[in-house]
Write a protein that binds this ligand. Structure first.
Ligand SMILES: *Cc1c(COP(=O)(O)O)cnc(C)c1O
Length: 348
């Protein structure tokens, strides 16, 4: 018998948002606005080149990212989505049995990628739907090698502020890597939610994760990156699956990065819709934690699966976490209206 790793059979599987033909999909936190201008043309122009391997080092993309963030290129490492970069960061620091600390519930890829890397997940319960940074700092032991801070937190949508985050970083030992996952950065109010790179980027044990999958509208192409100290970024590059970021993804990301104003405009539309939808849901009696992302969290507990089923029956797909809550992505206004109509008719 082939002896497979026992730790893998205990792993939860990543649950993708359900797709139903003709349904409104508010389940995966994708941008509802489609491709950014210029991206479709760049893809069409480059499609003929895919019989060749892409640029292994993603040099043009890394140069563009370095200029975008005002950092040296040696601080950047890319991967097939920031999910792959999460895994790369884990492979960079985790030896078998080492501990990886994160809030729970948070991004569902963290426990999966931690186990794949041979690490031991330490889940620290949220407090009032938000990361409990004090408890997370207290959970760090001699075995801890990495701590994920998902800000804003997926799926609860809440964010931690600059003072809390700085105080947390001050408490984390220098030999523990802090990974600030900012997949939803573009939707957060900069007055309340810090830019992790600006706040902590000069620390020797901080890596900031960003992705092109959400506000940049490229979820299907798979490209994300981290900005880290050069020595860490170099190791993160070594752990990448060779050529995992294809040529189309690299080119599309460069074009998308140049569309800063349009990204901001679209994010502002989503933020305005978020305010409208949350307001209406509160009128309907829902408890909606303050969202700094492109989704909202309905902590429905035991009713979560029923709410999601009611929405699916009405052809609106949301993402239930049975027993805990339901995550609802902000879509286009008419899509959000469909959700609100269903929310109003639930248990009518
Ligand atoms: C969506 C998401 C990501 C990014 O996923 P990709 O692999 O880049 O598509 C990373 N972190 C969190 C918390 C997310 O919600």
């Amino acid at each position: 018998m082939v002896r497979v790793r026992a730790s893998l059979s205990r792993l939860p599987s990543y649950v993708p948002g359900r797709k139903l033909p003709g349904a409104v999909v508010l389940a995966s936190n994708e941008s509802p606005h489609g491709l950014l201008p210029g991206v479709a043309a760049a893809l069409a122009e480059s499609a003929g080149g895919v019989s060749r391997y892409p640029d292994l080092h993603a040099s043009s993309l890394i140069e563009a990212l370095a200029a975008h963030h005002g950092v040296e290129p040696d601080r950047i490492a890319v991967g097939a989505g920031s999910s792959e970069v999460c895994g790369q960061l884990l492979h960079t620091v985790v030896n078998p049995g080492d501990e990886v600390v994160f809030g729970w519930r948070s991004f569902e890829a963290y426990p999966i990628l931690t186990a794949v890397a041979g690490g031991t997940a330490v889940r620290v319960p949220l407090r009032e739907e938000a990361l409990d940074l004090d408890a997370m700092a207290a959970a760090i032991t001699d075995r801890t090698r990495l701590v994920f801070v998902c800000n804003p937190n997926n799926p609860t949508s809440t964010a931690v502020g600059a003072r809390e985050l700085t105080a947390f970083a001050d408490r984390v030992p220098r030999d523990v890597l802090i990974v600030v996952d900012e997949a939803y950065r573009e939707y957060a109010d900069p007055a309340r939610v810090p830019d992790g790179l600006a706040l902590l980027g000069d620390r020797p044990n901080v890596a900031v994760l960003r992705t092109f999958s959400k506000a940049y509208g490229l979820a299907g192409l798979r490209v994300g990156y981290c900005v880290a100290p050069p020595g860490i970024a170099a190791h993160v590059r070594r752990t990448q699956v060779p050529f995992s970021v294809g040529d189309l993804a690299q080119r599309a990301a460069v074009v998308a990065l140049g569309e800063r104003d349009e990204v901001a405009r679209r994010a502002a539309l989503t933020v305005a819709e978020r305010g409208r939808v949350a307001g209406r849901l509160r009128e309907l009696g829902h408890d909606v934690p303050p969202s700094e992302a492109n989704f909202m969290w309905l902590p429905l507990g035991a009713d979560s699966a029923d709410f999601a089923r009611h929405c699916a029956d009405g052809k609106v797909m949301v993402r239930p976490f049975p027993g805990e809550g339901v995550r609802v992505t902000i879509g286009l206004p008419e899509e959000n209206d469909a959700l609100l109509t269903l929310a109003a008719s639930w248990r009518d």
